[in-house]
Design a protein around this ligand. Structure first.
Ligand SMILES: Nc1nc2c(ncn2[C@@H]2O[C@H](COP(=O)(O)OP(=O)(O)OP(=O)(O)O)[C@@H](O)[C@H]2O)c(=O)[nH]1
Ligand SMILES: Nc1ncnc2c1ncn2[C@@H]1O[C@H](COP(=O)(O)OP(=O)(O)OP(=O)(O)O)[C@@H](O)[C@H]1O
Length: 250
């Protein structure tokens, strides 16, 4: 078994033991089997509904980003958006994070403390485009920005850089409106390259990277930041930043 397999087996084991604990709790002497079955069905339904709402939240945000992207590509002949990727957190990863962060294992309590169940990642070529796109989204009246974490202005100690927004989007359902938080990660290609490599290494070494690898990554983070600064200087040759004081031409 290699490291990846054993990390996966470890998570699966933790999820199964959680389910077992829940089953044991429900099947204590005196528990009515019909009541037990009804409770298990209810848990399953709650999880299915939760995942559906968050997928709709992703769809809403992704539509907004795609509209901006197409407008730029078709009308302005320049798009600050290079790639868009979305993901709905897997049940396994959600349960693992819910356990890791501590607290009640009820759906409302998990929703309260895990804010990245729905995620959209936007990759740009240039740092100024990251902030430009974030401002465009911030100005949309139906998107409420709940939190902003600027790891570009203040990188994490190991070198991670990105702009994170938790935005809340309304999802209009048949009988009610669900306000769904979506984690938006905005970053440059260089930041994305670094983060995806660091993520793969952290996963392989279960977040305990050997010191030489950590040092190599720290250095790579500095090179990536330097590349972003150099590319930013070239950006003005491609397209000047719009003047926020001047209204756009229709
Ligand atoms: N590769 C990589 N990704 C990171 C790092 N730090 C944050 N991220 C990504 O950004 C997400 C949110 O990170 P934070 O803003 O630190 O969020 P948090 O709620 O304080 O902490 P998390 O428990 O990591 O979600 C993570 O789930 C990762 O996808 C990092 O050092 N390396
Ligand atoms: N906001 C996001 N948008 C798009 N992809 C994301 C987002 N957040 C994480 N991902 C990607 O989804 C994959 C699965 O991530 P997963 O949800 O298991 O963990 P994580 O969010 O990176 O970490 P953690 O569970 O510790 O918060 C990874 O490749 C990760 O880079």
């Amino acid at each position: 078994m290699d490291d990846d397999d054993s990390a996966q087996a470890d998570t699966s084991q933790r999820v199964s033991s959680l389910v077992r604990a829940r089953q044991e709790e429900l099947s204590r002497p005196g528990t009515d089997p019909e009541q037990l079955a009804a409770q298990m069905k209810q848990v399953h339904e709650e999880f299915t509904r939760l995942r559906m709402y968050y997928q709709f939240g992703i769809d809403e945000v992704q539509t907004k980003v795609n509209i901006l992207r197409q407008e730029f590509e078709q009308i302005h002949e320049y798009s600050p958006i290079e790639h868009v990727r979305s993901r709905l957190k897997s049940t396994e990863s959600l349960v693992e994070k819910a356990v890791r962060t501590g607290g009640d294992m009820t759906i409302p309590a998990i929703r309260e403390r895990v804010h990245d169940i729905a995620g959209v990642r936007i990759t740009c070529s240039f740092v100024s485009d990251v902030y430009w796109i974030a401002d465009m989204l911030r100005r949309q009246p139906d998107l409420e920005v709940l939190t902003t974490k600027d790891y570009i202005a203040s990188p994490k100690p190991h070198g991670y850089r990105s702009l994170h927004l938790i935005v809340q989007v309304p999802v209009f359902l048949s009988e009610h409106t669900e306000h769904v938080p979506v984690e938006l990660q905005l970053r440059t290609i260089a930041m994305d390259f670094w983060a995806s490599t660091e993520h793969k290494l952290s996963y392989k070494y279960r977040r305990n990277l050997p010191a030489p690898l950590r040092a190599e990554l720290d250095d790579a983070a500095r090179v990536a930041a330097d590349l972003d600064a150099r590319m930013e200087r070239l950006r003005s040759e491609i397209r000047p930043m719009p003047d926020p004081e001047r209204p756009a031409r229709s």
